[in-house]
Write a protein that binds this ligand. Structure first.
Ligand SMILES: C[S@@+](CC[C@H](N)C(=O)[O-])C[C@H]1O[C@@H](n2cnc3c(N)ncnc32)[C@H](O)[C@@H]1O
Length: 409
């Protein structure tokens, strides 16, 4: 039985005892599979199931919610009202805060950053409160992946959530007022973490980053986006300068991919407004670009966009989950100070820094296409084909105006 079996415990089903489950199932009439589902997902039964379970277990729905740790608004308000009595009750069981700090080993120092090998929570405990400008976190997703560090990526749901809440809490502590926090995860997990973070930071965006991340599964929609949660500490972020993107153009024939109709002349020559759905972030699959074996490496394009949007040169960037060091490489290239940590072997990150010039070149190339409606090569191809360009639209508009004035006088 799952050690976090709050539902089974609440209704009196004995641990690892199928007979007990079957007995409860036959007295309630709720199929055993469904009881198992409520337990494994920690989901409160509803409708007739709830009525029957309450009747047989002798517990009210509120008791079940409390024992399963499912606090809706009404229950939260009540707990708040009785917080004094509650605190007295739990005070003795709260974890003691330790003052003994163990700094993990520093394994790399660069002009802008420091990399540690160890546990991110340990490193964060040594970082001063309110001191980091930007945090980006891409934790393991608990998908049973094999990491070089050998970490357990197959925790029970509640254990994974509890662990994430611990390091998320530390991230919030070290984030500067006005600092920005980005959390990369599967939508499933980010629904839970946004609930936690909403009580600590200001929600700004749920950004959908369109990258297929799993094979199609029967009975499910094809998972096509990662969730990038974006928060800031306090009312508004200190830094916010989102890039503008080039308009979408067919890479073969250079014609428009969208119909801008009569609005061409209203388009900003600096490019299209960044939205909360990002379609242009590539997965890192090609061995030419990969910095380490296996999956889970993010594109420098993603980190470039985030670092550019939410920090200034000289700011401090922190990423608790180093992996191949994408955040640190981008921070270094963009002259942000950075603090990094990886629990596993740091060799891939160290190697990456030895070849950073190549990545700086690639980033520079990428950035040449931003903050303008059309990149130089596209512009040249469109002129050759007689297609509209911001310049041709401007000229046409001026000619039309002159023509109108001629007719008037
Ligand atoms: C999803 S990967 C990060 C990939 C990274 N964003 C990149 O682009 O390369 C997560 C990384 O976190 C590391 N990790 C897991 N638990 C950790 C912990 N407690 N402290 C520090 N690193 C940890 C894993 O070893 C893994 O390399």
């Amino acid at each position: 039985m799952n050690e976090m079996s709050h539902f089974y415990k609440a209704v009196g089903i004995a641990a690892d005892d199928r007979a007990s489950l079957i007995a409860f199932s036959s007295s309630t009439g709720v199929p055993a599979d469904r009881l198992k589902y409520y337990n494994e997902r920690n989901i409160l039964p509803s409708g007739k199931d709830l009525q029957r379970i309450c009747l047989v277990s002798g517990k009210s729905a509120t008791q079940l919610k409390l024992e399963m740790g499912l606090f809706d608004h009404g229950l939260r308000a009540l707990l708040q009202r009785h917080s004094g009595e509650l605190y007295t009750l739990i005070e003795g069981e709260l974890p003691k805060e330790s003052n003994v700090l163990q700094m993990p080993k520093q394994v790399l120092e660069t002009p802008f950053g420091r990399l540690y090998q160890g546990d991110c929570i340990e490193v964060m405990k040594t970082i001063e409160s309110d001191s980091v400008d930007l945090i980006f976190a891409d934790p393991p997703f608990n998908l049973k992946k094999l990491y070089p560090s050998g970490i357990d990526d197959n925790l029970k749901e509640q254990q994974y959530i509890a662990w994430c809440e611990e390091w998320l809490g530390e991230c919030v502590r070290i984030l500067k007022p006005g600092g920005s926090f980005f959390l990369w995860n599967l939508p499933k997990w980010n629904t839970t973490f946004s609930d936690f973070l909403n009580g600590l930071l200001t929600f700004r965006h749920w950004i959908g980053v369109d990258i297929k991340y799993s094979l199609p599964i029967q009975g499910r929609l094809y998972p096509s986006h990662y969730s990038l949660l974006y928060y800031c500490k306090g009312d508004k972020p200190n830094a916010f300068h989102p890039d503008r993107l080039p308009m979408e153009i067919c890479p073969k024939c250079f014609t428009d991919l969208k119909d801008y109709g009569g609005y061409k002349d209203k388009m900003n020559p600096d490019g299209i407004n960044l939205t909360d759905v990002w379609y242009d972030i590539p997965p890192v699959r090609h061995s030419k670009y990969k910095k380490r074996e296996g999956a889970n490496e993010l594109s420098i394009k993603l980190l470039d966009r985030i670092v550019e949007m939410a920090s200034e040169e000289g700011d401090i960037v922190f990423d608790p989950f180093g992996g191949s060091g994408t955040t640190y490489a981008v921070a270094e290239i963009k002259k942000r100070r950075w603090i990094g940590v990886e629990i596993g072997p740091p060799d891939d990150i160290i190697r990456r820094f030895a070849e950073l010039d190549q990545e700086a070149g690639r980033l520079e190339e990428l950035r040449l296409k931003l903050n303008r409606l059309m990149a130089d090569d596209v512009l040249a191809a469109r002129i050759k084909k007689g297609l509209w360009t911001p310049e041709s639209v401007r000229e046409r508009k001026a000619e039309d105006l002159a023509e109108k004035q001629r007719k008037l006088f």
